[in-house]
Structures are given as C-alpha cells and as structure tokens.
Design a binder for this molecule. Sequence first.
Ligand code: APR
Length: 234
Amino acid sequence: MQRIVVLTGAGISQESGLQTFRGEDGLWNHERISDICTPEGFARDPLRVDRFYNGLRAGLANVRPNAAHRALAHLEDCAATGTWDGEVVIVTQNIDDLHERAGSCNVVHMHGELMRVRCTSCGATPAWHADCLPRTPCPHCHRPTLRPDVVWFGEIPYHMDRIEAALQACDLFVAIGTSGVVYPAAGFVQQARTHADTMEFNMEPSAGTDLFDQTMLGPATKTVPRWVRDVTGS
Ligand code: APR
C-alpha cells in the first residue's frame, strides 16, 4: 500500500483561471497583505476585506477544475475502487473548492475555505451567502461576529494534527503549484523527507526545490495527469 500526501498551492488552480499570490500577475502585487490578510487589517476596515473576498468569490463562480485537479480525483477514485493499492490525502493551501468540484473527498483545507464564513464568538463555519456582511448576525449564536473562514498571516493553520499524522505515515510527499515560502506548509517537505520520497510539480523551482528528490517543471495540467497515469496505470 502506497500512502501519498499531496500539498497543493495556488499554481494548481492557475490554469483554471485563478490568480496566484506571487509572481508577475500575483494578487499580492495589487493588495497589501497587511490590509487584507491579517486580523488587524480586518479590524481596521472589514468592508474592504469583504470586498476583496467577494471579488475572489465572483471569480471562483466562473471557473472550473482543470486536468490536474481531475487527475488527483482519479487517483483517489482508484484507491477507493481498489484499482490502485494506495491512499491519498490532499492538503491544500487553496481556499477555492476546485478539488472538491473535481471529485476529491479526502481534502484538508489548511488555510480555510472561501465559500464559508466563521463566527469568532461560537466557532460555527456556515456557508457564505450573498447577504453575509461583517455585521450580519451568525445564524447559530446571532452575534454580529462573522469573518471570512480564511487563515490569515499570524494565525495557526487548521487541521495541523491531522496533517502531521499524514506526513508521518506517508511514503511519498508531492507538492504542486506552491512557491514554498509560506510556513508551515513550506516546511512539510523537511518533515516528509526523513522517511518518504519527495516530488515537486511547479512552473519554476520553488524556494525549497533542493529538498525534493525530483522536480517536474511545467504546467500542472500536463505534468500531474502524466504522473497519476504512471502511479495508477490508468
Ligand atoms: N502549474 C504549476 N505551477 C504553477 C502554475 C501552473 N500552471 N502556475 C503557477 N505555478 C507556480 C508558480 O511558479 C509558483 O511557484 O505556483 C506557485 C504559486 O505560488 P504562490 O502564488 O506563492 O502560491 P502559494 O504557494 O499557494 O501561496 C501560499 O500564501 O498568500 C498566502 O495564504 C496564501 O495559501 C497562500 C500561501
């Protein structure tokens, strides 16, 4: 049985039409991280932060999963049907839902989910809807304390215990479309390489490229389906 942990970043969704964060046309060339992606930025100007995420939500409504998302869903499917003797968990830094829309179920959203909001009073994470504004009452506790269900800089990513356990147990760690500069995800390869093989798929070598056994450069829609075919034979 082969156990694979796949870490995905913004690069896997780029060919679906979503902007990455860094690089030439990256989101962080147009917005300051401290204004948008910090609890302090949200406290200063919640409507501005809301506008930013509403823009991303509108963009997400117009895109579809691509061949790389679909290949990872196929890998999980092969495990479920027994045509490949393995298991795969996707740990994603992405807040989009393209893995799920492609058919993946075993997906861990370590940076949260764009299509949910979180109540800072009761912890509920209801689905976002168009009437959600920063002062909208929480549907569970009715306090006006909803925020995007997104992990911001300075906050602890979600599901770290589950991720650590999966990294400990894996035989292969694969990183797809991530620049490798944001921790803790950037450190996963260090943890995995003590006992597992490591591969990265990216357009260019990432910041941690030397830590991987193999680097496959090129668009994820080409490289990832090829690799999944090699793994599953289908
Ligand atoms: N195929 C493969 N890789 C690609 C593609 C593609 N089509 N397009 C871009 N890439 C690569 C880029 O070369 C880059 O190395 O994807 C990477 C994207 O890097 P970032 O924009 O930094 O995205 P990511 O690593 O996911 O960012 C991490 O930073 O701002 C925070 O919370 C945000 O989750 C995000 C985190």
